[in-house]
Write a protein that binds this ligand. Structure first.
Ligand code: CTP
Ligand code: MG
Length: 248
């Protein structure tokens, strides 16, 4: 069974607010994408690595060229760089379209998770080898999670919400990447998603939910606190500390 790893790096990084695509933001003096790719290469599971990058981003192309130069000669890895799309799902689809024909399983990984430990890649790929068609890494949540609905209080302005429910925390999980799939199953899931209207498409935040929509079982393995997604400036501080210090 041959495995491809897709790294989605085509986002703009609005919430990090550095004015450059997040994958180019420096972590420990190197672009975030460099750390992410290193982690994937180190996992040893990939026979193809496909990176979805922002279209027409010369700086990102340079980073990718350097990465392929650093790792390309030492391994049997096939590298593919593709232009991503307007949303994450489109970036994933762009990458799926260039996977080699002998690929049977694929892991979709956020470039924004630069410190994902090898153990997480191992757990995901083991579950695939054991027959899962879909597998995702998860952590128990520490906060109480509630659902809310818009609700204006009499006498106050807009923007007020009220609680509509509190799911039992013991059954909630925070989901990370890499998310692993049988490649045909993920292709089917993404084809299905392409027929969604814009409002439904905007609700898609990971690949697994598309596979869930097909009625396939999605298995859960243990994630890692080191696999945090760098989303806000606080996350970047935490990632810097993890990279530098005894936290790692
Ligand atoms: N991503 C992508 N293509 C998009 C949007 C997102 O490849 N059109 C990738 C990002 O590069 C990131 C991952 O999906 O590695 C997770 O997305 P997120 O954390 O939301 O990153 P951004 O979209 O870049 O950040 P923001 O939402 O704050 O703009
Ligand atoms: Mg985003």
């Amino acid at each position: 069974a041959k495995c491809a790893v897709v790294i989605v790096a085509a986002g703009s990084g609005q919430r990090l607010g550095q004015g450059v695509p997040k994958a180019r933001v420096l972590l420990g003096g190197e672009p975030m994408l460099v750390h992410t790719v290193r982690g994937v290469v180190r996992s040893g599971i990939a026979s193809q690595i496909c990176i979805a990058v922002p279209a027409e981003d010369a700086a990102m192309e340079q980073i990718c060229t350097k990465l392929v130069g650093e790792f390309g000669s030492k391994t049997d890895l096939q590298w593919s760089i593709v232009a991503g799309g307007a949303d994450r799902a489109e970036s994933v689809r762009a990458a799926l379209s260039v996977l080699a024909s002998d690929i049977t399983t694929v892991l979709i990984h956020d470039a924004a998770r630069p410190l994902t430990p090898a153990g997480v890649f191992d757990r995901v790929s083991h579950a695939l080898r054991d027959g899962a068609k879909a597998v995702i890494p998860a952590l128990a949540v520490v906060d109480t999670i509630k659902t809310v609905v818009p609700a204006g209080l009499p006498g106050t302005g807009a923007g007020v919400e009220k609680v509509s429910g509190t799911p039992a925390r013991s059954r909630l999980r925070a989901i990370q990447t890499p998310q692993g799939f049988d490649v045909d199953t993920l292709r089917r899931a993404h084809e299905h998603a392409q027929s969604l209207d814009a409002a439904s498409a905007a609700l898609i935040t990971d690949d697994a939910m598309l596979v869930e929509a097909l009625g396939e079982d999605v298995y859960v393995v243990q994630g890692s606190t080191h696999s945090l997604k760098v989303t806000t400036p606080t996350d970047l501080l935490l990632a810097e500390a993890m990279l530098a210090g005894p936290l790692r």
